[in-house]
Design a protein around this ligand. Structure first.
Ligand code: UT7
Length: 327
């Protein structure tokens, strides 16, 4: 049986940092509030005229190609999970392929908000499992600062910019993407969205005046759903695969709020040393959080490690993936 294994990880976060103190100079908030309620200390921002998410993706993918010793021409598919593509079209996948010299691939964007990376990882894995494709890149990340309203204290401390990428290749060994449970239901549409700029509300003076080109979030409602859904689905994938807490080497949760991460880890019975957390440094990079954790922890991962990924995002979208690390 062909399994889809992650064979390398690349990542990129921009150099420029926005600290909680910086945020507190623009809106009525404090380092104490942001740290205790969310767990963020600072986040990165991609600066520069007309620089979109693909600028970061190109860095992450070039690093991935180098680390996996892959020539750009060898890549067969590039799937990019993002809610902040450079343009509505063409896709951020197209922009990234162009920037990296990937000429023999097809590719497309996946839009599943903060759960985008795990949706794209399952999608990419199925191309590999089909037996037809041998080098598939899955990218996840966002330039959230492009859609953040820096006059709204309830959302502007939360988000940052960053992109991660993984290579998927076939293996006959019993490692790789072992199982997934993924959901979308649409009940969250009114609670977390950006309504402006799509086909329902194309950009106009009115959409700008009504601030429709920014993230809108009803934090408490989203929080309640995120806590229960992420914990439920992570526990479910452990049960379904007969994994006890001792069998799990690492939990890689979406980084939206440290309290959501802690709730999910508690439900799984995991101690904090098994939980990847970098929210304090990067904030919520949406589809970037999970691949950026894998990128940062790559050195500590061992072949055969059981790893649970879990995410929750706008839609609502949510789910979990069980990985067995392949190298
Ligand atoms: O990533 C995709 C999915 N997104 C998520 O999973 C995010 C889920 N939601 C959350 O993480 C949290 O709801 C937030 C971090 C967004 C907000 O935290 P909270 O503990 O739910 O705060 P809250 O909205 O209940 O607000 C509590 C208080 C309010 O004041 P009153 O009404 O109690 O006087 C807010 O006005 O905190 C106030 N507040 C702030 N105070 C200082 C809200 N934002 C701020 C702020 N600084 N930045």
């Amino acid at each position: 049986m062909i399994q889809a294994a992650i064979t390398g990880v690349g990542g990129y976060v921009p150099e420029d940092v926005i600290t909680n103190e910086d945020i507190a100079k623009i809106v009525d908030t404090s380092d104490e509030w942001i740290t205790s309620r969310v767990g963020i200390k600072e986040r990165r921002v991609l600066k520069g005229e007309a620089k979109g998410v693909s600028v970061m993706a190109a860095e992450a993918v070039k690093q991935l190609l180098q680390k996996t010793n892959t020539k750009p021409e060898e890549v067969e598919i590039l799937i990019f999970a993002t809610s902040t593509p450079d343009f509505i079209f063409p896709s951020a996948a197209a922009m990234t392929c162009e920037a990296c010299g990937i000429k023999n691939a097809f590719g497309f964007d996946v839009q599943a908000a903060c759960a985008g990376f795990i949706f794209a990882l399952e999608t990419g894995s199925n191309f590999v499992r089909s037996g037809k494709y041998k080098k598939v890149i899955v990218v996840g990340g966002d330039k959230m600062t492009a859609i953040t309203n820096y006059t709204d204290r309830t959302t502007c401390p939360l988000f940052g910019d960053g992109v991660g990428a993984v290579m998927l290749e076939p293996t006959e060994e019993n490692v790789g993407v072992m199982d997934s449970i993924l959901h979308v239901d649409g009940i969250g549409i009114n609670h977390l969205h950006m309504r402006g700029g799509g086909s329902a509300h194309p950009a106009s003076v009115e959409t700008i005046e009504k601030q429709m080109h920014y993230v809108y979030q009803e934090g408490q409602v989203v929080f309640k759903h995120a806590v229960s859904k992420m914990a439920d689905v992570s526990a479910e994938i452990m049960e379904r695969n007969h994994l006890s807490k001792d069998d799990v080497a690492w939990f890689v949760p979406h980084q939206a709020n440290l309290r959501i991460i802690d709730a999910a880890a508690n439900r799984m019975g995991l101690s904090s040393d098994k939980v990847m957390v970098n929210i304090h440094k990067y904030g919520n990079t949406s589809a970037g959080t999970i691949p950026l954790c894998l990128w940062e922890w790559e050195d500590k991962l061992k072949k055969g490690d059981n790893i649970i990924l879990a995410a929750f995002g706008a839609g609502f979208t949510w789910g979990s993936i069980y990985l067995k690390w392949a190298y």
